[in-house]
Write a protein that binds this ligand. Structure first.
Ligand SMILES: Cc1cc2nc3c(=O)[nH]c(=O)nc-3n(C[C@H](O)[C@H](O)[C@H](O)COP(=O)(O)OP(=O)(O)OC[C@H]3O[C@@H](n4cnc5c(N)ncnc54)[C@H](O)[C@@H]3O)c2cc1C
Length: 401
């Protein structure tokens, strides 16, 4: 198969949400939200395959009592991103199939204390962010972008592998493909997803980066909606840090169940992104689905496990790298750490402005480019996405999509 969006994006959960632990992260996501909301306008074309749809369901965030939500809310206040605070009553009115008990810390199904009765409730500050949701078809959304780019003169080449980054005098000159073809270029962007570290090694720049990337295997599962609540009609995106997972409606009145990588799960780092187990495992299916069944006691658990497996391209602090490099003309849009699909609309703008500035001789390392967001009143300092930054300690070091 060949086409746009068939890398790890093909298996993204495509959740659009604004709550991030840094101001820059929240700003990128909120600015992108407006492009998803007005997708046809953003594209400026109608794809012959149809344009992807944004399900503007909102995102509910449930945390344990120990979690301080004020940091998220301060960032939202600074950016004027709307949110509602729900109490237990409102939670159970809107999500009557839920229980409001706390299951923190999340456990695995085979933990001897997994079925112990809960002794507390979730954090009484339950936050609903109305400016979020999910995209119905991630591959279609990237096909839409391909058509929009072609409409402006962009060209796409599929089923070819970059084998060499050609360079002369510390400046890129092009790439060499697996069939020997050479494509000359003054600027090259590494956007190779989970293969990003391989391309950095080809370019010979990996050792000069303070922040590096590696690949993490992830499973996402599907289960039916509980009989009394149709996710197709009333479902919303839920980030349930208290129970250790996230979920959202999926086509066919299903629920898509993802993990927020709680401490009880072992992270599965992958050395070779072309060699990993692409099958859903019984163990992880049970772990993720049984945690959701705590929040939704009537959750039907099918015998036949359905789901998808793919890789995150994770940076050392789970914050992406959007940057120039020590090799002139070689740029990075990597380390998307399982959460940057939503920012696609604005990353294009960010990268274009970094590249334009650097190609005109600007030193982005010394004076990072500032990018004026198109939809919100915010000037983004791209410094936070530098490959040369120190690890950002207030990152969550995990994601929910
Ligand atoms: C299971 C899962 C769930 C996720 N959920 C969410 C979510 O809910 N919300 C969200 O915002 N984000 C989410 N993400 C993250 C998001 O999907 C990624 O950040 C994003 O899709 C990465 O896009 P990309 O274009 O950088 O990489 P990719 O889509 O992986 O594309 C990289 C491309 O580079 C190509 N390539 C690699 N090496 C070479 C080479 N040598 N020559 C030529 N081509 C090459 C690959 O074939 C591929 O086509 C999720 C990710 C996963 C895996």
């Amino acid at each position: 198969m060949s086409g746009a969006g068939l890398g790890s994006t093909a298996n993204t959960c495509a959740i659009i949400r604004t709550h991030y632990s840094t101001l820059e992260g929240a700003a990128l996501a909120y600015d992108s939200y407006f492009s998803w909301k007005n997708w046809d306008h953003y594209l400026g074309i109608q794809d012959e395959s149809g344009n992807a749809k944004f399900y503007d369901t909102g995102v509910l965030v449930i945390k344990p009592k120990s979690f301080d939500l004020s940091k998220y809310l301060e960032l939202h206040d600074q950016l004027s991103i709307p949110y509602e605070t729900w109490d237990y009553k409102k939670l159970l009115e809107r999500m009557p199939h839920f229980v409001d008990d706390s299951f923190f810390p999340p456990k695995r199904y085979d933990d001897p204390t997994f079925s112990d009765p809960p002794t507390d409730k979730v954090n009484p500050q339950i936050i609903f962010f109305p400016t979020g949701g999910y995209i119905n078809d991630a591959i279609l959304s990237v096909h839409n972008v391909q058509r929009a780019a072609e409409n402006k003169g962009g060209k796409f080449l599929f089923n070819k592998e970059v084998m060499k980054i050609l360079q002369f005098d510390n400046k890129v000159t092009g790439v060499e493909l697996s069939d020997g073809e050479v494509i000359e270029a003054k600027a090259i962007v590494n956007a190779a997803g989970p293969h990003s570290f391989i391309i950095n090694r080809l370019a010979g720049i990996e050792e000069k980066m303070k922040i590096k990337t590696r690949t993490l295997r992830q499973e996402v599962h599907f289960v039916p909606s509980p009989g009394e609540f149709s996710y197709e009609e009333k479902g919303i995106v839920v980030s349930d840090g208290d129970a250790g997972g996230y979920h959202r409606p999926e086509t066919g009145n299903l629920i898509l169940v993802g993990s927020e990588d709680p401490a009880c799960d072992t992270l599965e780092w992958v050395d070779d992104p072309d060699q990993y187990n692409q099958e859903v495992t019984d163990d992880q299916f049970k772990a993720q689905v049984s945690r959701l069944s705590k929040r939704i006691p009537n959750l039907p658990i099918p015998n036949k496990q359905q789901g998808i497996v793919d890789l995150y391209d994770v940076s050392d602090d789970w914050i992406p790298i959007y940057d120039a490099t020590d090799l002139d003309g070689f740029y990075l849009a990597i380390g998307t750490s399982g959460n940057q699909y939503k920012n696609g609309p604005v990353i294009g703008q960010l990268m274009a402005e970094i590249i334009d500035a650097c190609e005109q001789g600007h030193d982005h390392d010394k004076e990072p480019v500032k990018v004026k967001m198109r939809h919100i009143d915010y000037n983004l300092d791209a410094k936070i996405f530098s490959r040369k930054r120190e690890v950002i300690e207030n990152s969550t070091f995990s994601v929910l999509g």
